[in-house]
Design a protein around this ligand. Structure first.
Ligand code: PXP
Length: 243
C-alpha cells in the first residue's frame, strides 16, 4: 500500500509565531488521521523553530498510526529519538540558516557520523530511512550501512516543469529501482503538491510519501481533515490504476 505521511511542522510554526498553545499539534495529527493519513511526520529541529520536545512525546502518545521522526544526526537529537522510540526515523541534513531542508544527506562525505547515528537508532529498534538525492553513490552507501529505507528528495522535481521535470522524474525512477534492488524501502517527499504528486506516486514500489506544506496550505481554506482526504484520494487513484 502507498502510505501518506503528513508533515505537521507548519502547525507548530503558526503556534510558535505567538509562543502560545494554539493551534494544537496533537489535534492536527488526529485530524490528519481522520482524513486518511497513514503516518504522521514531525521534525524536531536542533533550533526548535517549530516542533518542541514535548510535542514529539504528546503526538507519539496520542496516535496509533506510524510516527515518522524527521531528525538530524546530532547526538542530542539521536539521544532524544532513542528515548522517544518512534517506529521510524528519517535522517536529514540540517542547517540553521535554511528555510526548510535543502538537499539530501551527504552520506559519502560524513559516513562515520551517519553510521554511528544509524546504529544507535537501529539498536533501539527504530527503522531508519535516509533522505537522499537521487544519486547512486549515496544510495549504495545507505545500503552498505544497513539502512532499511531511503526517502528520495523530490525538491528538484517539484521546482521544475516540462522537459526538465521529465528528466527529474526519470532520475527519481532510476534511483527508486536501485533503492529497491538494494533491498531498501522506497519513500519520497519534499515539494509535492496536489498537481505534481501523481507521477511520483506512480514510481514502481513507492510505498510512502511525506507531504507537508501543500496540505497545510490547503487546510487553511478547507480544514485539515479535508485537505488530507483530497491528497489521499489522489494516492488511492494511483493504487487502483495499477495493473
Ligand atoms: N520529507 C522531508 C525529509 C522533509 O524535510 C520535508 C520538509 O520538512 C518533507 C518531506 C515535506 O516537504 P513539504 O513540506 O515541501 O511537503
Amino acid at each position: 500500500m502507498l502510505e501518506l505521511g503528513i508533515n505537521i511542522d507548519h502547525v507548530a510554526t503558526v503556534r510558535e509565531a505567538r509562543k502560545t498553545y494554539e493551534p494544537s499539534v496533537v489535534e492536527a495529527a488526529l485530524a490528519s488521521i481522520r482524513g486518511g493519513a497513514d503516518c504522521i511526520t514531525i521534525h524536531l529541529r536542533e533550533d526548535r523553530r517549530h516542533i518542541q520536545d514535548l510535542d514529539a512525546y504528546a503526538v507519539r502518545d496520542a496516535i496509533s498510526t506510524k510516527l515518522n521522526f524527521e531528525m538530524s544526526i546530532e547526538r542530542e537529537i539521536v539521544d532524544i529519538a532513542c528515548d522517544l522510540l518512534p517506529p521510524q526515523a528519517t535522517l536529514v541534513p540540517e542547517k540553521r540558516e535554511e528555510v526548510t531542508t535543502e538537499g539530501g544527506l551527504n552520506v559519502t562525505g560524513q559516513r562515520q557520523r551517519i553510521e554511528t547515528a544509524v546504529k544507535q537508532l537501529q539498536d533501539a529498534g527504530i527503522v531508519v530511512s535516509l533522505f537522499l538525492d537521487p544519486e547512486s553513490s549515496q544510495i549504495e552507501a545507505a545500503a552498505e550501512m544497513g539502512c532499511q529505507a531511503v526517502e528520495l528528495h523530490t525538491g528538484q522535481y517539484a521546482l521544475t516543469n516540462g522537459d526538465a521535470q521529465v528528466q527529474c522524474l526519470n532520475e527519481l525512477t532510476a534511483a527508486g529501482k536501485l533503492i529497491v534492488d538494494c533491498g531498501m524501502k522506497l519513500h519520497a517527499g519534499h515539494g509535492l503538491n496536489y498537481e505534481n504528486v501523481t507521477p511520483v506516486a506512480q514510481i514502481d514500489q513507492m510505498i510512502e510519501l511525506n507531504i507537508g506544506h501543500s496540505i497545510i496550505s490547503r487546510a487553511i481554506f478547507t480544514g485539515l481533515e479535508q485537505a488530507v482526504r483530497e491528497m489521499k484520494q489522489l494516492l488511492t487513484n494511483v493504487e487502483s490504476n495499477k495493473p
